[in-house]
Design a protein around this ligand. Structure first.
Ligand SMILES: C[S@@+](CC[C@H](N)C(=O)[O-])C[C@H]1O[C@@H](n2cnc3c(N)ncnc32)[C@H](O)[C@@H]1O
Length: 271
């Protein structure tokens, strides 16, 4: 992968990284801007409980040991990946998967589209450890970065597609995360954003009652909130489709409409 996609100043030094390498964690890059330094953000729903990246980190570090054996793989995550594949094509050469977890979707894309270069970003070293084992056979085609969705350590206009599957409800500052996705997409690049569909009564019960009871103050957006977040960041041609019954999920597809002329920025770009 061309090194120029990375914003070098955002990364830890080689010696800091080596401390992780000694722990047998062969992740290629470590962003400096991760929890708890980003815990200032708050959810964008009035009255929503405060939720921090530290909470997400603690949850997924615990869960990483058994994550790949979870029932949710069969009920929700794998069906989502199969749906997302339909939105991708061989022309999508550079793809970033945010909240990539144990790398299952990265490998699924790599198998289906052999010319694609992939980057997976996740907050949690435990998840990335498993991702690195899974992605090893693909060599430099799949790069892994430890980072936070609200401070993406990439240059502007780099990716053809950004995917984000069942991770968004963990982001403390959801508007900023969307603005970052917009920033790093090339003009007319696409965002494929998936999260639990909380709009029906069953989805509301699962994602607004049960999941926060287990995970704390996470926030699943309604379809309308996703549209508003995307529009505020500068996305256009927003399309939304509902899938699943037992575990319903919503796919939001949006195009990063921006001028390719340098210096022209969207309305609500992250500060
Ligand atoms: C439920 S898992 C989904 C993993 C994967 N996308 C999938 O479809 O199987 C959510 C992932 O989001 C990651 N995550 C949570 N908050 C994050 C943040 N602020 N930045 C980056 N990743 C985050 C977690 O570490 C976890 O790996």
């Amino acid at each position: 992968m061309n090194k120029s996609i990375y914003r070098q100043a955002d990364y830890q030094s080689k010696s800091d990284q080596d401390k992780f390498q000694e722990k047998n964690l062969p992740i290629l890059r470590f962003s400096k801007n991760i929890a708890p330094s980003v815990d200032k953000g708050k959810n964008n729903r009035p009255g929503a409980k405060q939720y921090t990246s530290m909470q997400a980190l603690a949850e997924f570090e615990r869960w990483s040991r058994t994550y790949d054996r979870s029932l949710l793989q069969y009920l929700l995550f794998e069906p989502t990946h199969q749906v997302l594949l339909r939105y991708l094509g061989p022309g999508d050469r550079k793809i970033l998967d945010i909240g990539c977890g144990t790398g299952k979707f990265l490998v699924t894309i790599a198998e289906r589209f052999p010319a694609t270069q992939l980057v997976g970003l996740d907050l949690c070293p435990g998840m990335l450890q498993r991702a690195s084992e899974r992605c090893q056979p693909y060599g430099s085609r799949i790069c892994l970065v430890r980072g936070d969705s609200t401070y993406l350590p990439f240059q502007d206009n780099q990716f053809d597609v950004v995917t984000c599957s069942h991770s968004f409800h963990h982001y403390p500052d959801q508007q900023r995360a969307i603005a970052e996705m917009y920033r790093i997409l090339r003009p007319n690049g696409r965002l494929l954003l998936v999260d639990g569909d909380r709009d029906g009564w069953w989805g509301w019960f699962i994602y607004d009652i049960c999941v926060p009871w287990i995970e704390g103050g996470v926030h699943h957006c309604s379809a309308r909130q996703f549209r508003q977040l995307c529009q505020a960041a500068g996305f256009q041609q927003i399309q939304q489709t509902r899938f699943g019954y037992l575990a319903p999920f919503l796919v939001t597809v949006a195009v990063a409409a921006k001028s390719s002329v340098a210096g022209q920025l969207p309305v609500a770009r992250a500060a």
